[in-house]
Design a binder for this molecule. Sequence first.
Ligand SMILES: Nc1ncnc2c1ncn2[C@@H]1O[C@H](COP(=O)(O)OP(=O)(O)OP(=O)(O)O)[C@@H](O)[C@H]1O
Ligand SMILES: [Mg+2]
Length: 278
Amino acid sequence: MKRVDAGVDDPEDAGAIEIRGLHKSFGANEVLRGIDFHVAPGEVVCVIGPSGSGKSTLLRCVNLLEEPSAGSVRVAGVEVTGPDVDIDAVRRGIGMVFQSFNLFPHLTALGNVMIAQRRVLGRGKAEAERVARDNLERVGLADKIDAYPAQLSGGQQQRVAIARALAMGPRVMLFDEPTSALDPELVGDVLGVMRTLAEAGMTMLVVTHEMSFAREVADRVVFMDAGVVVEEGPPSQVVAAPVHERTRAFLSRVLDPAAARVGEGEPSDMFRSGEPGA
Ligand SMILES: Nc1ncnc2c1ncn2[C@@H]1O[C@H](COP(=O)(O)OP(=O)(O)OP(=O)(O)O)[C@@H](O)[C@H]1O
Ligand SMILES: [Mg+2]
């Protein structure tokens, strides 16, 4: 793995996200067990892995929604785990998009994209509205500016949520399974917006089960299992030709769920290898 060790105190040279020796426990449950990786400026990194492997916890440690038990996290050269950090300032530089959209039901798309700009950044009404319109257009919703969330499809609501994050001018965007709550026919529009963002040079850390997105858009794919990074590299390696057995088993389940279900009915490898003469 290429490390960006030089110049980490200079935000211009620093990795967008640098994670070192990250541990996180909830009581006796050690969920992250020593994570190291970085995301370079302009890079798109997809995190894949089984349910419960710690992917969301990892993202939540990046913007300190969870406090790490040990290790360090730097965003644009600022140690978010440091004692004197202005966490609000760090969070303003991080856009986060979750599986659930969390839009205000009583506000239009425009209002939803304006409100944090006004309250958190203190922008005036005219500027906030201009930025909101630009970003709603960017996600393909120029014609839905005055619609309320209840009048929008799940995919459109998620695109409003992406516009809301972009309107804050983030240095990095974190996505946590942004399409997994959507009907299949709505997934493509959201992934299309994310692809456009990636092509425009946005730094992105994306937890996803969309393997075609990971294959086509990611610069690197990180496979996590049980709180550690098992394997990472370009998608041509991790997705197309994984080295580790755990990665192969996960991918076969994700890429071909039907076959994996059939496989569940067969004797396990452990059982077979225990048979005499097997
Ligand atoms: N706030 C919390 N308190 C206690 N345990 C938690 C908390 N958040 C997460 N966990 C536990 O941490 C482990 C990892 O959870 P996490 O949500 O990070 O997994 P994930 O990889 O995102 O899974 P999924 O693919 O299902 O979203 C789970 O065992 C979960 O129960
Ligand atoms: Mg999760």
